[in-house]
Design a protein. Structure first.
Length: 371
């Protein structure tokens, strides 16, 4: 860190870092989800981000284009094409489909002629298309009940049926999903494939906001979370040479709270995500334990009081920092180093505990699915 200060002004360095980090936070990924009414589009949106952002209805809920936002991911839940209100000939223009980064075509039963038409048109204009068959858990249950088919046999039957409908159209992939069991089947593969087809900073924005469904996604979230910590640490370093007496502690805490909330969102450990988890797991012992641990996590890393306690445990002498900052140059560098180390250590611990909690949620959620 001293090398950074020696080679360029810290203000210039922080401003550059701020712009890079802001670019990630301000980036948006626009995803269109199209399909017939009742196909499970809203449930799929919620499963992708791991929290409820789209309303789910038993009857028709998509009479017009509905927009939902989860941090940097913007979803447009499109009405089925070919209806009286949305005829095929004006559908592309009405829905502005050329503006999307990805198009997900959803079906719960079978493809319709208009679904195939839409897929072809999207590929013509260069948009990546992902075909998702939802409610596969219901198909498995029906297959077992009606024809004594195994889970694998149902998968193969459904995929072969979709392939026969799609034919040689160059879609990005076919994915079988269940919003009730998001850790099972192809949802995580869908997320990874979408991310790999995005470019530039959109890749980071997307992976930061999707549900942490497997180790690959967690590893990519780790890299993004470390950028948030780096930004916070260097900002705290700049605060270490701030010449305003008495301001250090309050600014350090504000930096840590902001950083904590960013990482909490990256790992899907906010209140909405925990509530969504509860609906899948019910009021069983696993969820009760997880919710208690999530509460302890929030108290420790999100609440101001918990952060103050952690600061004391980091063995950083805040008083020395206040004194050091008024010793010309050398003292300021030392004070900046203290601020950097304090924030970096806090952030590293936060990432470790976030990943530990997410892994425990994944393990216990998977156990619940297998019951």
């Amino acid at each position: 860190m001293e090398t950074v200060f020696a080679n360029q002004g810290i203000s210039t360095f922080i401003e550059t870092l701020k712009k890079e980090y802001a670019a990630i936070k301000n980036a948006t990924v626009n995803i269109a989800i199209s399909g017939q009414s009742g196909a499970g589009k809203s449930s799929l949106i919620n499963a992708i981000v791991g929290r409820k952002v789209a309303e789910v209805g038993i009857t028709e809920t998509t009479l017009d284009i509905k927009k939902y936002t989860s941090n940097g991911i913007h979803f447009s839940d499109l009405p089925g094409c070919g209806t009286e209100k949305f005829p095929v000939k004006t559908y592309l223009e009405h829905c502005n489909l050329e503006n999307f980064d990805a198009v997900i075509v959803v079906t719960a039963n079978r493809f319709y002629e208009n679904d195939i038409w839409l897929i072809k048109e999207m590929i013509k204009i260069g948009r990546p298309v992902y075909v998702v068959r939802t409610k596969i858990d219901e198909s498995i249950a029906n297959g077992k009940h009606d024809a004594n088919l195994s889970e694998y046999e149902v998968f193969e039957k459904v995929k072969n049926d979709i392939k026969s409908n799609v034919g040689n159209i160059q879609i990005k992939g076919i994915y079988l999903t269940s919003s009730r069991e998001p850790l099972k089947m192809d949802l995580s593969k869908l997320l990874i494939d979408i991310e790999q087809n995005l470019t530039g900073i959109k890749k980071q924005r997307f992976i930061a906001d999707v549900a942490p469904l497997n180790e690959k996604i967690l590893a990519e979230k780790n890299a993004i979370a470390k950028k948030a910590v780096s930004y916070g640490a260097y900002t705290a370093a700049a605060n270490g040479i701030n010449p305003i007496p008495g301001l250090d502690i309050s600014l350090d805490i504000a930096i840590l709270i902001t950083m904590s909330k960013s990482i909490q969102n990256i790992y899907g450990l906010d209140e909405k995500s925990i509530d969504e988890l509860s609906k899948r797991m019910g009021n069983n012992a696993n969820f009760t334990v997880l919710k208690a641990k999530a509460g302890q996590y929030a108290t420790k890393f999100i609440a101001k009081e918990g952060i103050i306690i952690l600061l004391k445990r980091l063995s950083v002498n805040i008083g020395s920092k206040e004194v050091l900052k008024y010793i010309p140059f050398v003292g300021q560098i030392a004070a900046a180093g203290i601020g950097y180390k304090m924030t970096d250590s806090f952030g590293s611990d936060l990432i470790d505990e976030s990943e530990s909690l997410v892994r425990e949620i994944l393990i216990k959620s998977e156990a619940e699915i297998m019951r």
